[in-house]
Ligand binder design. Structure first.
Ligand code: ZN
Length: 413
């Protein structure tokens, strides 16, 4: 998906505005001799940026407009180090709400719906994004925020919520609770809008069946507006990304090379019209691919496949990129094994070779030793590496609502 002329002109304008603002990126671009872009080839020469830049410019170093134009900030909590602050103008806030309302519409949600919003409000972009989109659409927002299951279920029943917005973990918790209490017939939910992260097909099926709802994956990250820059359509063939607001590339996370449509790699996003904090070629560390061709629904927005994991969880052994999605594929083939795993990679100095240790979870009814053998053989035949395998009991490995790190590389230590 090459950058088109309109997008190119939008990026060109973004660069001019950045240069005039004197912000953090203006210094980087001046040093690199970047004065604008007039061709796709020039665009590809703009250096990538990532969260490290946003931390380096903490708190407001990436602000590209005068203070009086900023109406709000959001912040993403890093797992390590300083948080990241993103300033928004009134137009940024309005643009985000428009994209979000578009997401709801694509999911078939209308002004007649009642939308129960359980992601957190505050510095995080989640809750307030779901809320603004809902109000733009004209639907009724039920702004719950996270937690307090008792109250969530009471509101869901009494107000007859038709749409649930949640992380997959929280949707699962609510689904289990509804089942446990036997109140499914009192629930009016029809659709769930779930913040996109890597989640297993099994979890998805359980939530959809337990609540009797259609599920939609919504994509986005705080650095780029927040959730709501794309969503899957009823065709369920990937998430439509709004290319009038953002331009998406897929790169090889190891080399930075831009990959053709269809190939899996890291999502890189350029904001096309953002004012408060424009970002050009921002590395998201999310893994996916652009689905080639057009969607059966007829919408022209390009499509991203569901998120396959984090590029931090990619690893290289014998010069070959190993994707977390491949690991999950292997684990899904083994009876009694969950989708959670941990991989440790170390270097054996005495034999001058890498050692891979896979820790997987299995339930009590299967034999751990033979399960370990099966996994080892599958890795050998499918990925051409022979790991050591440890099996632990179900629910031993850490779960997190945010993005869980699963691969630990001890080689450079
Ligand atoms: Zn579609």
């Amino acid at each position: 998906m090459r950058i088109n002329d309109i997008q190119l002109e939008q990026v060109n304008r973004q660069i001019h505005r950045i240069l005039e603002s004197g912000n953090y990126y203006s210094r980087i671009y001046k040093k690199a001799g970047i004065t604008g872009v007039s061709s796709p080839e020039e665009f590809l020469k703009i250096p990538f940026t990532d969260k490290a830049d946003l931390r380096n410019s903490y708190p407001l170093g990436i602000q590209a407009v005068p203070d009086e134009e900023i109406v709000r900030i959001h912040s993403s909590s890093g797992t390590t180090g300083k948080p990241v602050i993103i300033p928004y103008t009134a137009k940024d806030v309005a643009d985000w709400a428009e994209m979000f309302a578009r997401c709801y519409e694509i999911a078939g949600i209308t002004s007649k719906d009642r939308i129960q919003i359980t992601p957190g409000y505050g510095l995080w972009t989640a809750g307030i994004g779901f809320q603004a989109g809902c109000e733009r659409l004209g639907a009724m927002a039920i702004p719950m925020g996270p937690g307090n299951t008792e109250k969530q279920l009471q509101m869901m029943v009494d107000l007859k919520s038709t749409v649930l917005c949640a992380t997959s973990s929280y949707a699962l918790l609510l689904a289990e609770e509804i089942n446990k209490r036997g109140i499914r017939d009192k629930i009016c939910l029809k659709k769930g809008v779930i913040g996109s992260e890597r989640w297993s097909a099994a979890k998805r099926r359980y939530i959809a069946d337990a609540l009797g709802i259609e599920l939609y994956d919504i994509y986005g990250l705080t650095e780029i507006y927040g959730p709501g820059i794309g969503i899957n359509c009823p065709g369920q063939t990937g998430m439509h990304i709004f290319d009038d607001f953002v331009y998406t590339e897929i790169i090889d996370p190891m080399t930075g090379e831009v990959l053709p449509d269809g190939e899996e790699g890291e999502i890189v996003i350029t904001t096309l019209v953002k004012e408060g904090a424009p970002l050009i070629r921002f590395r998201t560390h999310d893994l996916s691919r652009i689905i080639p061709g057009e969607c059966s629904c007829g919408r022209k927005y390009p499509r991203l496949d569901i998120i396959k994991g984090r590029s931090d969880d990619m690893f290289k052994v014998h010069g070959v990129n190993m994707f977390p999605s491949r690991v999950e594929e292997i684990l899904s083939m083994v009876d009694g094994v969950s989708s959670e795993y941990k991989i440790d990679i170390a270097h054996d100095e005495s034999h001058n070779r890498d050692i891979i240790m896979v820790t997987a979870e299995a339930d009590g009814r299967v034999d751990f030793a033979s399960t370990a053998d099966t996994i080892r053989n599958l890795f050998k035949s499918k990925m051409n590496v022979t790991p050591k395998v440890a099996i632990v009991s179900l629910n031993t490995l850490p779960r997190s609502e945010k993005k869980t790190q699963r691969v630990f590389d001890h080689r450079e230590e």
